[in-house]
Design a protein around this ligand. Sequence first.
Ligand code: SAH
Ligand code: SF4
Ligand code: F3S
Length: 482
Amino acid sequence: MTEKDYSKYFQTPNLNLARRRTREGAQKIDFVMPANLGKIGRNKKFYIDTYGCQMNVHDSEVIAGILSELGYTPTENENDADVIILNTCAIRENAENRVFGELGRLKALKLQNPDLILGVCGCMSQEEKVVNTLLQKYQHVDIIFGTHNIHRLPEYLRDAYYNKERVVEVWSHEGDIVEHMPVLRQGKIKAWVNIMYGCDEFCTYCIVPYTRGKERSRYPEDILAEIEQLAKEGYQEITLLGQNVNAYGKDFKDREYGFGDLLKVIQKINIPRVRFTTSHPRDFDQKMIDALANRGNLCEHVHLPVQSGNNEILRKMNRKYTREEYLELVRELRKAIPDVAITTDIIVGFPGETEEQFQDTLSLVDEADFEGAFTFIFSPREGTPAAKFPDNVTEEEKHDRLQRLNQKINEKFLAAHKKYEGKIVEVLCEGPSKNDETILAGYTRTNKLVNFKGDHNNIGKLVKVRITEGKTWHLLGEEVNE
Ligand code: SAH
Ligand code: SF4
Ligand code: F3S
């Protein structure tokens, strides 16, 4: 098949272009539904399979919003779906393998129902190698689009339906900031709010700056309007999203405005809880610490990925801080907010990591007193610098390090949870627990999962819970009526 055969939209990704950063700011545009489409989804159903981070989870809510405006209704059962979209993640190889496995499985469904439209979007679509593989080996995929052009989904669907064309459109330059996209949120209690897109950090192991483009901040007025609307609709908690929220506003040409400024304004909005993710340790400034120390709706939880406790590895990772600087920031945070819970991300088995260097990570976990961590084995991502670093750590060693690290993290997790026993904490009651319908589940301000006995009429509300037992992964408790 030649390129021409695919589609007039044939545009595949290019990692070299994706690496480039221009000085021009992103434009802000408003989402417009193409007028001639009507309700092409009437009597049709959609199913979205989401992989990866919160950013993707929220993108899927936008995709669901667009599909709903076109008349489609959601289904939980992929066998009933007329449109299936896989919103993919490229962060590690195993995330990608899962998607390829799923695509292989969906082929049978497509054979049964040739009218089924199968779409692939998200971060994997931004990778050249993946798109080439999809084009060659997964020809049952009808639509491939990337992270910058979700707003064009209506056109892609139209072409896939009416022209029976395979639609491939992935932009390797960052898109505009599209405001007023339709959103079909998954819940009525907690909501995601994007504050910025992209990442300019270029940690040497990470694919995200290539898949998500350069940093682009939404204007505060647009963010605040969205949050105020959510508050009006009764949402109890919002999480501000960005790959590095601390860099918020650095790209503004017309104003000096940073994440600390944004937090201070959001603090005044009448929404009970505000969280944010993720913070790069390097850009954490005093304004942000002051805002957190003022509390109010800002929760006492900071997710602060450290990645490694060894300076040489941190340097090779291009993290731009030292172990000492990181620990100093942790101390400052604890001084300003004594009960803050700090969680982190850690990579083991970075190319060339020695046992001594790994021991530095273990000792940092103790010193920083983390209350939880996501831990990963380094996964080489094609196109990133670290993928070419000489790597002499054996698979066995990597797994052994991960296991030793996890054991330590779990001990710290349990120790932190034990301290809650006997205390009364505020929990946002989200609904029945997954494993036991008679029990309720929710999170503390410090982001601890609590399973508790209580009044089911309080779902969606903030309640007081006395903690009876701290387990490794959650707390147990009973609602108290004061
Ligand atoms: N933007 C966020 C995190 C993005 S990815 C931040 O910088 O904090 C989430 C986590 O995945 C990272 O913190 C890192 O620990 C891990 N990760 C990223 N690339 C990886 C890779 N190539 N191999 C293993 N883990 C990786
Ligand atoms: Fe990846 Fe680093 Fe950007 Fe996080 S800050 S998304 S780890 S490049
Ligand atoms: Fe994955 Fe993309 Fe998020 S690579 S972690 S879905 S930004």
